[in-house]
Write a protein that binds this ligand. Structure first.
Ligand code: FE2
Length: 255
């Protein structure tokens, strides 16, 4: 793996969405999930970059409403999952699970992660994974169109994808999720360091994203559904990882 890692910058939109901007070739960029147009154009102008591609993780409006106007404005290609082509803006490049796409110097690989929606995909660029609404820091997406088993399988695939280091979710929910984790996993030895880092970031007015896969494996309850001690702590001794996952998802929905 090359020692250079891609630079990916946040463009905050709405209350808690983040559009990620990948610096591809000089003067060019790749956008992920632009749910809005004007703040993205402003950020691109500040960066002196023109987007060549717009990649979509799933069809929800807060991820796609800026896609068409931005694509028309800049002549960028729209990229998304073949399976969801019927409910995404018109795709110039339709990809399926396992396909790759060259983005400037970077190779981008697609992985299907059904659970939040049936057609959700994540995009890998070098060590970075654009996780959309599949995985958040200390959380995961709600199961609007998938089963707990599907989402747990998707999360396991992310956890086991060798070489992934940085995670770029599409929402900044970290502090909200911290309250949930602090309540249900209070003795987690890694939580103190994470809390300290989060408060440092927010005190400086900085985003708490990207996060790292290492930190999420230690602290994100949805990635720990197969941790026997955690299951026991939740009163779920002997239950399968899928059952523990489903229980945590239900508790989080009610939190
Ligand atoms: Fe969503």
């Amino acid at each position: 793996m090359s020692e250079t890692t891609p630079t990916i910058l946040p463009i905050p939109i709405f209350k808690d969405n983040i559009v990620w901007l990948l610096e591809s070739d000089p003067g060019h960029a790749v956008l992920f999930d632009p749910g809005d147009c004007d703040p993205v154009i402003e950020a691109l102008q500040q960066q002196h970059r023109i987007p060549t591609h717009i990649l979509i993780t799933h069809h929800h409006h807060d991820h796609i409403d800026g896609v068409l106007p931005l694509a028309r404005h800049f002549g960028a290609k729209i990229v998304g999952h073949t399976l969801d082509a019927g409910r995404l803006p018109p795709l110039d490049i339709a990809l399926k699970d396992g396909d790759s796409l060259q983005l400037g110097p970077w190779m981008c690989t697609v992985m299907a992660t059904p659970g939040h929606t049936s057609g959700h995909v994540v995009y890998r660029i070098h060590d970075a994974l654009m996780t959309g609404d599949t995985l958040f820091s200390l959380g995961c997406g709600r199961l609007f169109e998938g089963t707990p088993e599907q989402m747990w399988t998707s999360l396991q695939k992310i956890r086991e994808w060798t070489g992934i280091r940085r995670l770029f979710p599409a929402h900044e929910y970290t502090l909200l999720n911290l309250g949930f984790v602090a309540r249900y996993d209070p003795d987690n030895p890694h939580l103190g360091a994470m809390r300290e880092w989060l408060f440092q970031q927010t005190d400086l007015g900085l985003p708490t994203l990207p996060t790292t896969l290492e930190r999420e494996c230690q602290c994100n309850p949805f990635l720990r559904a197969d941790d026997v001690d955690f299951g026991r702590q939740l009163g779920l001794t002997g239950k399968s990882a899928v059952e523990v996952f489903a229980h945590i998802r239900t508790m989080r929905n009610q939190f």
